[in-house]
Design a protein around this ligand. Structure first.
Ligand code: HAX
Length: 425
């Protein structure tokens, strides 16, 4: 048994007992009320889900297991995986053990490469990536053990197996999607002397002479890992996994939600918006030019990608992390300079639009410019990077949900006529 399995076998029963106690003593306590506006407003603010991996207070942003993001900038994705699941950082031995376990599980079956090779060559990279994850379902431990009559207390262990197998394999899959989709040459064999994110960078095959691109990718893969349970991708996965469809089905479903332009695809849209301003004005635009461009976007009935959030009411601390990286490593880069300028101008414009609740940048506002700087210029690929990272949070949430024995997700809907009757009576 790996150290992660051992640790979870110790930690989870205690959590399960405390939840059982809380439910026994306070099960009927009201924790949230719902207004009609919330019913027709995407359930914003309705408390009805549990997520123990992370929390997003509107005035603070992402907190993973009680640790604010600014204290996690230096963490590796593997450490984050452990933290999400266990609730504390791994020690050196535990980290090594987890990294070795990922290496042991990293081999990608040939049928995955065959499927990617047989997709239309101009498929969106997210379609290629999510299809590859779904195809891997063939090897789901959960599905196989369920067929064999697995008992409920074993569900989390089988989900953990699927989770680690997926995490181990996705860097190679994502890297191949990049190389195949953008004609970068044959697949690059993994280098297991490197850690998880550095090996991913190696398999992408982009030049990284001084290691700065690897530093960015490590930060990127940490920052996007989790964002509590109600965001569209995590929530979708939660619903699908609650049916006991295994993690391959549920992760692929969640990542399909991430592919929407109001969610993860905003990172490709955002860089496009930034480059469009530069093209229109022949370089880094002035404040006045940017303001005009922002109003033109809004007046055309479009959103300004990378700005606004369903929960946050401050500058996203993940954006802060990217901005600080850019200031350190590429202060003279004109695309980065434009991103920094957009940050000064766009919130002042959005603040003037009454209906917009959050005028501040989100995670997607700055990351593209940094990737662009290091030669990752194919921005339709950016959401795949996001997905590789978000798989950590989604998988951890699923392991925990199955350990808690949460039932199938099934909120109640009513027809409009019934709501009308309720509010008019
Ligand atoms: N530009 C223009 N209009 C915006 C806006 C923006 N950046 N942000 C919000 N609005 C509009 C909404 O479209 C909505 O308009 P309607 O009432 O006409 O539909 C109104 O302002 C109220 O929206 P809100 O309450 O402030 O925000 P929501 O919770 O409804 O939506 C979104 C949150 C993130 C979807 C929204 O801010 C948006 O579309 N932003 C641009 C796209 C984006 O950056 N998405 C990535 C978000 C982070 C993420 O999930 N990454 O994966």
């Amino acid at each position: 048994m790996s150290k992660l399995h051992q640790k979870l076998s110790e930690v989870l029963p205690k959590q399960i007992d405390s939840i059982k106690d809380m439910l026994k003593n306070h099960g009927d306590k009201v924790v949230s009320e719902v207004t009609l506006k919330q019913v027709y407003g995407g359930m914003r603010g309705v408390k009805g889900l549990v997520c123990d991996t992370s929390e997003v207070p509107p005035d603070k942003g992402l907190i993973i297991r009680g640790i604010e993001l600014k204290n996690l900038w230096e963490a590796s994705p593997e450490e984050i995986l452990w933290l999400l699941l266990v609730g504390e950082m791994p020690n050196g031995d535990e980290l090594k053990d987890l990294q070795q376990e990922l290496v042991n599980r990293a081999n990608v079956p040939q049928y995955v490469w065959d499927v990617i090779d047989n997709m239309p060559a101009d498929s969106h990279p997210m379609t290629m990536f999510n299809t590859a994850i779904l195809v891997l379902q063939h090897d789901s431990v959960f599905a196989q053990q369920y067929d064999e009559g697995m008992a409920k207390p074993e569900y989390w262990k089988a989900t953990l197996e699927d989770f680690l197998n997926i995490v181990a394999k996705i860097p190679a899959i994502a890297a191949y999607v990049y190389r195949r989709r953008f004609n970068k040459g044959p697949r690059i064999e993994p280098d297991y002397s490197k850690d998880w994110s550095a090996n991913y960078v190696h398999m992408l095959g982009l030049p990284d002479p001084n290691g700065d691109f690897s530093k960015l990718m490590r930060l990127y893969l940490t920052l996007h890992s989790d964002h509590e349970g109600g965001n569209a991708s995590a929530f979708t996965s939660t619903v699908v996994n609650s049916t006991l469809a295994d993690l391959y089905y549920s992760l692929s479903a969640g990542l399909n939600a991430l592919a929407g332009p109001l969610h993860g695809l905003a990172n490709q849209e955002c860089l496009k918006w930034v480059l469009d301003t530069m093209e229109q004005f022949g370089g880094t635009p002035t404040d006045e030019q940017l303001e005009k461009f922002a109003w033109e976007t809004l007046n055309a009935g479009r959103v300004i990608p990378g700005y606004g959030h369903a929960v946050l009411r401050i500058t996203d601390p993940r954006f802060d992390a990217f901005l600080s990286f850019g200031k350190k490593y590429m202060p003279e880069d004109p695309v980065f300079q434009t991103v920094a300028k957009v940050f000064e101008v766009v919130p002042t414009v959005l603040k003037q639009v009454q209906k917009i609740n959050d005028p501040w940048p989100n995670v997607d506002a700055g990351s593209g410019a940094l990737l662009y700087h290091y030669g990752l210029t194919e921005f339709s690929y950016y959401t795949v990077l996001f997905s590789v990272s978000r798989a950590l949070g989604i998988g951890a949430q699923s392991v925990i949900s199955r350990a808690y024995g949460l039932p199938i997700t099934r909120p109640k809907s009513l027809p409009t006529s019934k709501y009308a009757k309720m509010v008019n009576s």
